[in-house]
Design a protein around this ligand. Structure first.
Ligand code: NDP
Length: 434
């Protein structure tokens, strides 16, 4: 069905969905037919992004926007700035986004974009010039009701600000063309926190559903990454009485034997969000141990939250987690668990919160930001948090019910894939062969 083997990450996610929905595809020719259309993006845009550094030298990067599906609403999904960005990675992310967005219950299509630009080591003015050049082309293809990008790896509040400033300048309109905006200029409260908070809300339901009556209370959590998702997952874990034990970045892992406190977290947030430094820079704090070039998966923990990037948790890591007593893995990042690692976790009875469900809170609150923008409203922090909690509970209920319906109780990954597939596929059938 899918022949392009030059796109390994995309092939990996297509294969996962095919396995989860196999019985539906085999028994219903109409679903097989829809699946063939679903895996072809509606549109892929690639473009040149020229920019000038602080020394006056010119550089060129490649920009992308994959407009995967408008079946359920305007294209919606983040922008990633990272040197590894290519079409395979963006198509995989856009395809995952299609299923994730369907689970939120908000009217959202699916897309993903970005550039092979590395913001690390660049000055604020260089990042601004890059963002302005990127938006000069992207603005032709986005807008409220059309395509509404957000952030992802390498695109946080600073980048969204520069991108939005240029969008306004080019179109002359102040409108909801991006989400993740600042709260004083059209952004929603809780949007920065939503992916991390949502993953923790989801895992609380998952633990209770599996009979852990105290939820996450008292649990030790291994977290990877130290960016947006990792930081706010840690904050919510602390709120719920759990203890973050690790953070990581591409240089290595920071471990705290007694568990990271709120003060430690504030130190990490300042390092990452303001100073844009490496975790190795705070390795000399007496309570910390820094392990260069290693991942958090060798540490003893009760739950693991991979919150960095795709395919970061491999078979050997899964074996280590199982051997060290880990009872649940919750995906904060997109597709962080390799197929071999997933198989090992499943066979060992480890509870598994799949990314499409567990990290859907971010895009869900982006949907709430779009609703506030179109209605000229600004909801309070408490209102948005309460809607996020409801959304994550609904997603958990829907995925566990779907898992039960296809005879795989507790297999939330299959449940999420099936529930989302049916929502998108039935809508595609309703809309005819487009
Ligand atoms: P950030 O850029 O804020 O943080 C990414 C973190 O992951 C950094 O600590 C980074 O370390 C680390 N990382 C990235 N690539 C690698 C790598 N190849 N090896 C080791 N570490 C790496 O991104 P986010 O927190 O926003 O995103 C993290 C994940 O969550 C991604 O998979 C993203 O797609 C997913 N996600 C994000 C959402 C959001 O709302 N932001 C929504 C849903 C999913 P370093 O700085 O050293 O590179």
């Amino acid at each position: 069905l899918y022949r392009d083997r030059t796109e390994p990450e995309f092939l990996q996610t297509v294969h996962e969905i095919m396995v989860s929905t196999e019985s539906l595809l085999m028994e219903n020719p109409k679903y097989f037919d829809v699946f063939q259309r679903m895996i072809e993006p509606e549109r892929v845009i690639t473009f040149r992004v020229p920019w000038v550094d602080d020394n006056g030298r010119t550089h060129v990067n490649r920009g992308f926007r994959v407009q995967m599906s408008s079946t359920l609403g305007p294209y919606k999904g983040g922008l990633r700035f990272h040197p590894t960005v290519n079409l395979s990675i963006l198509k995989f992310l856009a395809f995952e986004q299609l299923f994730k967005n369907a689970l939120t219950g908000v009217s959202l299509g699916a897309g993903k974009g970005g550039a092979d630009f590395d913001p690390k080591g660049k000055s604020d003015t260089e990042v601004m010039r890059f963002c302005q050049s990127f938006m000069t082309e992207l603005c032709k293809h986005i807008g409220p009701g059309v395509d509404v990008p957000a952030g992802d790896i390498g695109v946080g509040g600073r980048e969204i600000g520069y991108l939005y400033g240029q969008y306004k300048r080019l179109t002359g309109r102040f409108e909801g063309a991006l989400t993740g905006k600042g709260p004083t200029w059209g952004g929603s409260h809780i949007r920065p926190e939503a992916t991390g908070y949502g993953a923790v809300y989801f895992s609380e339901h998952m633990m209770r559903g599996a009979g852990h009556v105290k939820g996450l209370e008292g649990m030790r959590a291994a977290i990877s990454g130290s960016g947006n998702v990792a930081q706010f997952a840690a904050e919510k874990l602390l709120d719920l009485g759990a203890t973050p034990m690790t953070f990581s970045d591409s240089g290595g892992t920071l471990y705290c034997e007694t568990g990271f406190t709120r003060d430690h977290l504030a130190l990490i947030q300042d390092l990452k969000n303001n100073k844009r430094g490496r975790l190795s820079a705070i390795a000399d704090v007496p309570e910390f141990t820094y392990l260069p070039e290693s991942t958090p998966w060798g540490m003893s923990c009760d739950v693991a939250f991979p919150c960095a990037t795709q395919n970061e948790l491999k078979a050997e890591d899964a074996q280590n987690l199982v051997a060290n007593g880990c009872m649940a893995v919750v995906e904060g990042a997109n597709m962080p668990t390799t197929p071999e690692a997933y198989q090992c976790l499943k066979e060992s009875g480890v509870l598994f919160g799949p990314a499409k469900a567990a990290n859907a809170g971010g895009v869900g609150v982006s949907g709430l930001e779009m609703a506030q923008n179109s209605g000229g409203l600004s909801w309070t922090r408490e209102e948005v948090d309460s809607q996020l909690k409801d959304m994550m509970k609904n997603i958990y209920d829907e995925t566990s019910a779907a898992a039960l319906r296809v005879g795989q109780p507790n297999d939330l990954r299959t449940g999420a894939d099936v529930a989302a597939f049916l929502r998108v596929a039935d809508a595609m059938i309703d809309q005819g062969c487009v």
